[in-house]
Design a protein around this ligand. Structure first.
Ligand code: HEC
Ligand code: HEC
Ligand code: HEC
Ligand code: HEC
Length: 296
């Protein structure tokens, strides 16, 4: 009897384990919310599982505030972070198709990401502090301490893989105009993203690979997983910005390659992937993210 029970228990725990493993490879349905920021690295509040400040449990405040928002350089939406000078960044320059991006072109949404990923600005450099905290136009460092698993860590970006830096000339062009049909095999902006067949020309297993995510080509658009969105929905003022490819709120649990890489690394902060906050369900499997815009 005891043996039987042990076997049953074992069977149950195996089930739980395999359910957990399947969870790491989530698939999403059209209409699902692109959610999960609370459990992600973009939660810097005191209840976060990652780098966090004990000064507040709020999550959104590190990026947004309901009042007194920072509008310098047209920083939106409801932006609570320090004002960044456009000209302190080096833009990509001229592409092979002779599109030129100058420093003054750098768009507000990319500046938004860079206000932490520049490797210089502190995470607590905000305009409107939580609750009855003060308002400092342009933002100021609040002197918060940040912890990771109870250990004091830096209050600015230090992990080299995450520091995009102030030199954007070695990154995929941002703030570049999307010249459909003219440059870099770019598809028409009215192309419905889910209609693009990323599996064409691949081995037949591509259709079922990665829970079928490759075939569906679903992206997180305006906070929801969409099968209706077009490429125009990825652009900001007709340009590619950081948020064309990333949704900073979407804890994307669907990228097999990146998930399996993370779990082999022991350090706590690497245990759980956020799928690099990529907008595409399935991440960049089969370079599906790249091939959505580039018809290569
Ligand atoms: C790490 C920074 C960051 C945090 C934290 C953050 N946001 Fe955002 N949010 C952004 C950026 C950047 C954009 C613009 C994204 C774009 O262009 O698609 C944005 C856009 C939005 C939008 C409009 C577009 C959309 O995707 O829905 C809403 C609504 C929003 N955020 C709500 C929230 C709420 C609520 C929270 C807290 C639970 C939050 N955000 C936390 C960075 C952040
Ligand atoms: C308030 C500061 C802040 C802003 C603004 C911010 N990030 Fe982050 N981001 C972080 C922190 C902190 C981490 C985790 C750092 C660490 O683990 O060392 C992170 C991690 C990431 C990661 C890695 C996630 C993973 O799966 O490992 C990506 C990708 C990322 N951010 C992209 C962006 C993009 C794109 C934007 C703008 C849309 C943005 N971030 C805006 C603070 C920020
Ligand atoms: C054209 C699409 C695209 C644009 C635009 C883009 N990214 Fe990314 N980003 C990616 C992809 C794809 C990855 C995953 C790369 C990989 O597999 O190593 C990534 C990875 C990252 C990472 C994690 C790096 C790592 O190795 O862990 C950070 C941080 C990041 N991006 C921030 C940004 C910021 C900030 C911007 C704007 C300045 C930006 N990205 C613009 C596609 C893009
Ligand atoms: C949101 C649409 C979009 C996505 C997704 C995208 N790109 Fe691009 N890419 C562009 C645009 C727009 C340009 C600029 C073309 C021009 O004007 O020359 C570009 C340019 C390029 C260039 C040429 C740079 C030069 O100097 O000429 C390369 C290479 C490139 N992308 C590779 C990639 C790769 C690899 C990925 C996936 C990680 C990717 N792209 C994802 C839109 C996109």
């Amino acid at each position: 009897m005891r043996y039987l029970r042990a076997v049953t228990l074992l069977a149950v725990s195996v089930c739980i384990l395999s359910a957990a493993a399947a969870e790491a490879l989530d698939t999403y349905l059209a209409g699902d919310a692109a959610t999960g920021i609370a459990g992600s690295r973009h939660n810097l509040g005191g209840l976060s599982m990652h780098i966090s400040s004990q000064a507040t449990t709020e999550i959104c405040v590190f990026c947004h505030t309901p009042h007194h928002t920072n509008t310098t350089n047209n920083m939106k939406p409801m932006w609570n972070r320090s004002a960044l000078s456009i000209t302190s960044f080096t833009a990509y320059g001229t592409t092979a198709s002779f599109s030129t991006i100058s420093n003054t072109d750098i768009g507000s949404v990319s500046l938004a990401c860079l206000s932490c990923h520049d490797g210089v600005t502190t995470f607590d450099n905000i305009v409107n502090a939580p609750g009855r905290g003060g308002v400092t136009q342009g933002g100021s460092d609040r002197g918060y301490e940040f912890l990771l698993t109870g250990i004091l860590v830096s209050d600015f970006m230090t992990a080299s893989r995450l520091v995009v830096g102030v030199d954007l000339s070695n990154d995929h062009p941002v703030s570049v105009l999307y010249l459909a049909g003219t440059a870099a095999s770019l598809r028409p902006t009215n192309t419905t993203i889910s209609q693009i067949d990323i599996t064409a020309g691949l081995n037949v297993t591509a259709i079922s690979f990665d829970n079928g995510n490759m075939r569906k080509n679903l992206w997180a658009i305006k906070g929801f997983i969409s099968d209706q969105a077009t490429i125009a929905d990825l652009l900001r003022n007709g340009r590619v910005e950081c948020s064309s490819c990333h949704d900073p709120h979407f804890n994307n649990k669907s990228w097999q390659e990146v998930d399996s890489t993370y779990t082999t690394v022991a350090a706590y902060q690497e245990v759980e992937s956020n799928g690099l906050f990529l907008r595409r369900v399935g991440g960049n499997t089969g370079s599906g993210l790249c091939r959505t815009c580039h018809n290569k």
